[in-house]
Design a protein around this ligand. Structure first.
Ligand SMILES: [Mn+2]
Length: 271
């Protein structure tokens, strides 16, 4: 199974990607299959991926940035994960493990790669309450209207780590339905890609244990996390999110920094 990352032109994402991949390889070897999906064309990005030997899939998304609301365009990369089932480089794969670039692989993920959720597996996100004003959202697809009853009350699942059952999503056009829903409802939802997954798939999402997506601000992150997710404050943040730079944040940031080379450390100090 491939571990899949998505990026856009934000230079900070590129640095996060380097550490994510280096920490994955430190645990599982140089040959661990991974893939980075990118919709842009910046030479700087392409060159870095080549230097890091990260295989690249250049994907032109259905959720094109110009079709997204303005506030969503600056994180256009986070929508790419919704389309993995359409990427030719993943055509042969039944499953794919998507990870945000702001993760650090801290313990092996072998057990996670053995799971096979029906649609997708995601861990719970504790800091984003599940709230919306809608009873149901609807969308049109191939001339018919469909209503999606909102799954309430449930908790929110984090889209930072998603184990996708690609084979299932390709069946009976589920991915086409989902992307039609996404395009037509992205204006009314709160939390971008994460809300789209939660709202459309709702109770069909398989709940993954916390160790597969653990933010460093949780007290048990150091001892339990296999995948650390710098959700909220990024490793270089010294002033943002003071209420989340707690518990294991500093310990995990120090480990994250150890994966950087000297010139990258200098770069990170300027963020
Ligand atoms: Mn993230």
């Amino acid at each position: 199974m491939k571990v899949v990352f998505c990026i856009d032109d934000n230079p900070r994402y590129l640095l996060l990607l380097k550490v994510a991949v280096r920490s994955l390889r430190a645990l599982h070897g140089r040959d661990v299959p991974c893939l980075c999906i990118y919709a842009g064309k910046e030479e700087r990005v392409l060159k870095t991926l080549e230097e890091e030997a990260v295989p690249l899939a250049r994907h032109r998304p259905r959720l094109l940035p110009e079709l997204l609301p303005h506030r969503a365009r600056r994180c256009a990369g986070c929508f790419l994960k919704l389309e993995l089932a359409l990427v030719p480089e993943l055509e042969e794969e039944d499953m794919a493990l998507y990870c945000d670039v702001d993760v650090l692989f801290h313990r092996p993920i072998t057990e996670l790669l053995r799971l096979k959720p029906q649609y997708m597996g995601m861990a719970r996100e504790a800091t984003a309450p599940f709230y919306h004003e809608h009873q149901s959202l609807d969308y049109e697809f191939r001339g018919r209207r469909y209503a999606v009853p909102m799954p309430f009350p449930i908790w929110t699942f984090s889209s930072g780590v998603v184990l996708f059952n690609l084979r299932r999503l390709r069946r009976r056009g589920i991915i086409d339905h989902f992307l039609a829903f996404s395009l037509q409802n992205v204006e009314v939802i709160g939390n971008f890609d994460q809300s789209l997954l939660n709202y459309f798939f709702g109770k069909r999402i398989t709940h993954l244990p916390d160790r597969w997506n653990r933010p460093p601000y949780q007290h048990d992150c150091s001892e339990s996390a296999h995948i650390v997710h710098f959700h909220g404050p990024k490793p270089w943040d010294k002033t943002a999110f003071p209420d989340l730079r707690i518990n294991c944040f500093e310990a995990m940031r120090d480990i994250w920094m150890q994966y950087l080379r000297e010139e990258e450390l200098e770069q990170v100090m300027r963020f």
